[in-house]
Design a protein around this ligand. Structure first.
Ligand SMILES: NC(=O)c1ccc[n+]([C@@H]2O[C@H](COP(=O)([O-])OP(=O)(O)OC[C@H]3O[C@@H](n4cnc5c(N)ncnc54)[C@H](O)[C@@H]3O)[C@@H](O)[C@H]2O)c1
Length: 316
């Protein structure tokens, strides 16, 4: 299969490219390296992946796609920060909405069979019930969440108008090797990096905020399944259905490191959701996907990676 991956040099995208190459597929990656790192793709490029430093809002993405003729386009490139989207909603929409439309145009013009789109639990906003079903109402409460919903609306429109198939993967809190520690999402990496250095850590409020943590390797499995014929026109929650509080997560990371450190407490950030956990049941039924990695094992893998990446070199 020929797969074009946008956001290929990023945390999740680079693991996806690695797995596609391992499974013998042909891969072209696109990334502007605004937060991704070329080094994340070093192995994949040695394995035959092509890399194009390109902005997803640029019309040259269509030229690339028409020339290379991918069967599937996995779209992961995005402005990923909720806070940045509040500060600069225009830039968020430029990358996440217009970028997605540009990628859909590229996929259509190239005659691709399918687009696998990356959405976020931020699309649900403040859920009415937990665990959040994939059929829950989309009422985003941030420009970032709104941009993901816009992407989903365009996917549906392109399917109806042009017959371009899609599957949307709505990701919970993804963690694992290569996640940056300077982002707002990478709390496993943030805790682990600080604890390994003996630096202080903190949780927001009383530490009882909870999230649904899913390992990047399991997320990549979902993309591989979505690249096939299953999940046509559907949205699937890619999470574990397990809620983990900030204090529980801290204890697990500290345990993996062998640290007895306790976190300090910082004020709750305005706009932070108290809880988030999704129901991944429809991903099992629709894609045949189930999360396979326990939080303990996934944290172990992440800590091992951080230990190997000598101080500061895992980020550019
Ligand atoms: N990490 C999570 O917990 C999580 C949760 C929900 C959804 N997501 C989504 O998953 C996708 C991947 O996120 P990630 O966690 O790997 O973050 P990431 O920042 O590592 O990956 C995003 C990639 O997109 C690239 N990019 C950004 N703007 C671009 C542009 N204009 N043109 C080309 N490339 C551009 C960046 O350089 C980066 O490599 C995103 O769509 C994000 O919204 C992530």
């Amino acid at each position: 299969m020929r797969v074009l991956v946008t956001g290929a040099a990023g945390f999740i995208g680079s693991h996806l490219v690695d797995q596609l190459i391992r499974e013998g597929h042909q891969v072209a990656g696109v990334d502007d390296l605004s937060s991704g790192r070329a080094a994340n793709l070093a192995d994949a490029i040695r394995g035959g992946a092509a890399f194009h430093r390109m902005d997803v809002t640029d019309p040259e993405v269509t030229e690339l796609a028409v020339g290379w003729r991918p069967e599937v386009v996995c779209h992961l490139a995005a402005q990923i920060s909720v806070r940045a989207s509040v500060d600069d909603p225009v830039n968020d929409a430029l990358v996440n909405v217009l970028g997605t439309v540009n990628v859909l145009e590229a996929a259509r013009a190239a005659g691709a069979r399918k687009v696998v789109f990356t959405s976020s639990v931020a699309a649900y906003g403040i859920p009415a019930a937990f665990p959040v079903s994939a059929e829950a109402e989309l009422r985003p409460r941030s420009p970032y969440g709104a941009s993901k919903v816009c992407g989903e609306v365009y996917l549906d429109t392109y399917r109806a108008l042009h017959g371009l198939d899609f599957t949307t993967l709505t990701l919970a809190n993804v963690y694992g090797p290569r996640q940056r520690r300077d982002g707002e999402a990478g709390v496993v990496t943030i805790f682990a990096d600080a604890l390994l250095r003996g630096a202080p850590t903190h949780v927001f409020g009383d530490g009882r905020q909870s999230r649904d943590y899913v390992y990047v390797g399991d997320v990549v499995d979902a993309y591989l399944l979505a690249c096939g014929n299953r999940g046509s026109g559907g949205r699937f929650n890619i999470g574990t259905g397990i809620r983990t509080t900030d204090m529980e997560l801290h204890a697990l990371v500290a345990g993996a490191i062998g640290s007895g450190a306790m976190p300090g407490h910082a004020p709750v950030r305005p706009g932070d959701l108290p809880d988030m956990v999704v129901d991944p049941g429809s991903a099992k039924d629709g894609l045949g996907w189930v999360p396979a990695t326990s939080l303990r094992d996934g944290i172990g893998g992440t800590v091992d990676w951080l230990k190997q990446a000598s101080g500061g070199q895992q980020e550019s």
